[in-house]
Design a protein around this ligand. Structure first.
Ligand SMILES: Nc1ncnc2c1ncn2[C@@H]1O[C@H](COP(=O)(O)OP(=O)(O)OP(=O)(O)O)[C@@H](O)[C@H]1O
Length: 891
């Protein structure tokens, strides 16, 4: 009898989780008529194709994860048994398939797998026969008998081990990931081993006792090496001499190219966690059996290299935090930012105190354990201990006290350190909130975090989360996927090489959440949660958990709106606002200019810039909340001066030689930087009715003037036209304001009788310049009303006034956001008076810098009528309908 062989190419059909098809088992796949016709086409075209030597009507079934649509490395060749129409749904067919053999898939399969026409199968054809050999050491039968109902016992007795392994994982509710893993283990012995482990776990989770002679501790035959030596591979080698008689030196068993890896393993043994040691033992053993030319070899070797590269118990040198030094360091690196520096120092102080308390209590406990106290004595010491602990806790502010836990260390410390199921208690883990620095770009968030790492003596690593939209980028890919890699956090740990670095999560607000590729912010949540991050599971690292509990996380963001609220809940927000011109000037003088001069290779006698020049650069060449662009412009000036200096040193005749001028003068600025793009942001000088200064906030922290223009178009019918890329909310707000002004046209003197049309054959055009920039939100409501009133009454508005605030249909002025940025922007533009809702007064008083507050007159209004009177005086109510206004004002 000839053994059937697989064709060299197969059409592939995805099988959604939780189903996984194994050889000799069956699965039903629901398909729509379109999908079914694709399958039939693919199978038919395969018949005449290259696969002519194979069995006919065969397909490949590929397990696909439901949530991220990724395709595993292995699938199962199958035969179509039947196709039936579903009786429940109209356009639904059930394809019944029977698995034949495991197939390895080509590397380049796309992550989203639809039905794919014949794909070449890379390896040589497999035999379809069930392997008859049953490895006795990996007998699963006793476990199966325990787990399956009695009526099945007689039937499973006769099954070959490999088939039994596949049947057991299919029917016993094993999770999808493990099933995919098992599909990818062609070696029967290894597969049975793994199934055995899974079944033992299953039994312990269900509280079933393993059959006699089998217990969780007892390793299987594939781990026999470890059984014989009773210690992990890493230890046996150092004792190799004593073991030579039993021939158990693992180095002898490993191929030559694996020996450097093994030596590294031995070197790092004391720093590795228990699970890491177990996994490395298993993987090294497995790797030594895989032929080096196989693709699997590379995958397994890279995995081992990754485990060996992680820090585990390795930490930065012991350090003491010196608060004065830390403050000096922050001051030396940053100008201003007093509130933020103060908060950072508080954070350090509390952190130091908590750590000191922890170390003290640790030492006391150790002392207590070592002295062999009588029971009675030890009881009294414990009491005393508790009292001291309570006294120490008194020193900590009550808000911080909650997060401190001084763990109870059981008598035998060793047990705990060796047990990976609980966090080790011999290291201090901070459970305080994560600092989240929020503010516009370039205000020094990242550089504050760097200074903090420096003063803490920790290694620093920055993870940029901008554009992370796949959960796998945080949590890694499973090793079964082609080109799998660990997530960003594990990569960071490998890079810093210690388990207590400071990791800066930059741009936390740019993480996408709840998308097609899983939820990266949910993965971050686990990493940032002190209750669970000592045991962070990266998909790539498999069983080896990573301890992130000693990492100090600091996050930055430009805005809070887009951060998922559970994530925000774990953070303490520190706001970093934009700078005003005098602050920028001072930063430029003290930091940016010296830095740029140094970068050009010169010193401060060779380039000089006075305040006037720097102020011109700030006002005319930058328009930003931070100082990044300012630094760039100063850099341009310095480079140009460096060129002049360099030329002046060239050997030329004395009469051609021009003396080098170190001073950058006002004329140089325009010559070097070109014509200013911005100029001093000034309100329009051309005063005409219908134009008003609103205020805008662009979300990235920049505020400024938002000029509103309105125009009457003759020959119209009272229509309102809006332009300037306005969003839906903005447009609704304009309509509302338009209605309000029309309804008050009599009292405003626009019309003379209630029946008169205020627009009298005109249309109104409402526009906001810079039409390429999208604008939205209701905060231009008050300004819009004033613009319409100005247009229809013909009274212009003073250019030094700016107005912001939402308005309701009844004319109430409602609170708006971004006040600080708007006010700073208005101040930059030279505005002298700002009209805004009274409910925003606290924002002005607490957030706006005093320097700005003193320069601007703030007018707080509750009702739109007050705003109108503030701009034009009470005379505006020229119409006779004053009673109506009074009544309305009471509403
Ligand atoms: N107060 C300050 N004193 C001195 N230098 C500053 C100050 N604020 C910002 N800088 C400098 O401005 C530059 C940009 O700062 P940084 O990269 O920290 O900005 P950021 O707020 O993190 O921006 P982003 O949100 O874009 O990441 C750095 O060179 C930094 O040193």
């Amino acid at each position: 009898m000839t053994t059937p062989l697989l064709p060299s190419s197969l059409p592939l059909i995805p099988l959604r989780s939780p189903q996984v098809l194994f050889p000799h088992l069956r699965a039903s796949i629901p398909l729509s008529s379109t999908q079914l016709s694709l399958v039939i086409d693919a199978v038919q075209s395969n018949l005449g194709g290259k696969g002519g030597n194979g069995e006919r009507g065969m397909i490949g079934i590929v397990p696909v994860a439901d949530h991220d649509r990724r395709v595993g490395r292995w699938g199962c060749a199958a035969r179509i048994k039947s196709i039936q129409k579903s009786s429940d749904e109209d356009d639904l067919y059930i394809l019944l398939v029977e698995g034949l053999t495991r197939i390895r898939l080509p590397r380049s399969l796309p992550p989203v797998l639809s039905i794919l026409p014949s794909i070449p199968i890379p390896t040589s054809p497999y035999s379809l026969a069930i392997p008859a050999t049953i490895p006795s050491s990996t007998d699963l039968l006793p476990l199966a008998l325990k787990l399956l109902p009695e009526q099945l016992h007689s039937r499973i007795n006769a099954l070959p081990a490999s088939l039994l392994a596949d049947i057991l994982v299919t029917i016993l509710g094993v999770d999808w990931d493990s099933k995919v893993e098992l599909l990818g283990i062609p070696d029967i012995e290894q597969r049975c081993d793994r199934v055995r482990e899974i079944l033992l776990d299953l039994m312990s989770s269900k509280g079933i006792q393993p059959p006699e002679g089998i217990n969780n501790e007892k390793p299987s035959k594939s781990n026999a090496l470890i059984v014989r030596s009773r210690v992990p591979l890493g230890l046996t080698s150092s004792n190799s001499k004593s073991n030579t008689s039993s021939n158990t030196n693992p180095l002898d068993k490993l191929p030559e190219d694996l020996q450097p890896l093994f030596k590294l393993y031995q070197k790092r043994l004391s720093e590795l966690s228990k699970t890491a040691i177990e996994t490395l033992d298993r993987e090294l053993k497995r790797l030594s059996k895989i032929p080096p030319q196989s693709a699997e070899y590379g995958v397994a070797k890279t995995y081992i290299e990754w485990i060996l590269a992680l820090p585990f118990k390795k930490v930065s040198e012991n350090y003491e935090i010196d608060l004065k030094n830390a403050r000096d360091k922050l001051d030396a690196d940053h100008e201003g930012l007093d509130k933020i520096k103060k908060r950072v120092i508080e954070y350090l102080a509390v952190y130091r105190l908590k750590r000191q308390l922890f170390v003290e209590s640790q030492e006391k406990r150790k002392l207590q354990n070592s002295s062999n106290l009588s029971n009675e004595q030890s009881q009294s010491t414990e009491k005393l201990d508790k009292e001291v602990e309570n006294d120490l806790l008194e020193l900590i502010p009550s808000s911080e006290r909650q997060s401190i836990s001084i763990p109870n260390i059981p008598q035998n410390d060793k047990n705990i350190i060796e047990n990976d199921d609980e966090p080790s208690t011999d290291v201090y883990r901070d459970k305080g909130p994560i600092l989240l620095l929020v503010g516009p770009p370039g205000v020094g968030k990242t550089s504050i975090a760097k200074s903090l790492a420096n003063s803490l003596g920790r290694k620093f690593h920055r993870i940029s989360l901008g554009g992370v939209r796949d959960e796998a980028e945080i949590r890694g890919h499973r090793r079964t996927y082609v080109g799998a890699l660990p997530g960003l956090l594990v990569q960071a740990m490998r890079k810093v090489g210690v388990s207590n670095p400071l990791i800066l999560l930059d741009e936390l607000d740019k993480v996408e959440h709840g998308g097609f590729h899983g939820d990266p912010s949910a993965a971050l949540l686990e990493a940032l949660d002190p209750a669970q991050n000592w045991n962070f599971h990266d998909h790539y690292m498999g069983d080896v958990p990573i301890d992130l509990s000693q990492v100090l996380f600091i996050a930055t963001a430009n805005q809070l709106d887009s951060i998922s609220w559970p994530l925000l809940d774990r953070c303490e927000v520190i706001e970093c606002s934009g700078y005003i011109t005098p602050e920028k000037l001072s930063i430029a003088k003290k930091f940016l200019l010296p830095k740029q001069i140094k970068e050009c290779g010169l010193n401060d006698t060779q380039i000089k810039m006075n305040e006037e020049v720097l102020e011109k650069v700030i006002i005319d060449y930058t328009r930003e909340a931070g100082v990044r662009n300012l630094e760039r412009q100063i850099g341009k000036l310095c480079r140009s001066k460096a060129v002049e200096f360099s030329i002046s040193r060239e050997p030329v005749s004395p009469q051609d030689k021009q003396a080098y001028q170190p001073n950058v003068v006002m004329e140089d600025v325009e010559r070097i930087l070109g014509i200013s793009h911005y100029g001093r942001e000034r309100p329009e000088t051309n005063v005409r009715p219908g134009v008003i200064n609103g205020l805008s906030y662009n979300g990235s922290g920049n505020g400024g003037l938002l000029i509103i223009e309105t125009l009457l178009i003759p020959g119209g019918s009272g229509k309102l036209v809006t332009t300037g890329r306005l969003g839906e909310v903005f447009r609704e707000s304009i309509e509302l304001c338009f209605t309000w002004v029309k309804s008050r046209s009599l009292s405003l003197g626009i019309t003379t009788s209630p029946s008169e049309n205020p627009l009298k054959g005109y249309d109104v055009h409402y526009h906001i310049p810079e039409g390429a920039i999208p604008k939205d939100g209701p905060s231009a409501g008050i300004a819009t009303v004033l613009a319409f009133v100005s247009l229809l009454t013909g009274r212009p508005i003073d250019v030094e006034i700016a107005v912001t605030g939402e308005m309701s249909l009844r004319g109430s002025c409602l609170r708006i956001g971004g006040v600080k940025e708007k006010v700073i922007g208005a101040h930059r533009a030279g505005v002298k008076k700002i009209v805004l809702p009274r409910t925003n007064r606290p924002d002005v008083m607490t957030d706006v810098p005093e320097l700005v507050r003193n320069d601007i007159q703030f007018i707080y209004v509750d009702k739109i009528e007050q705003a109108i009177e503030e701009v034009w005086g009470k005379d505006i109510w020229a119409g006779g309908d004053k009673d109506f206004i009074k009544v309305d004002a009471r509403l």
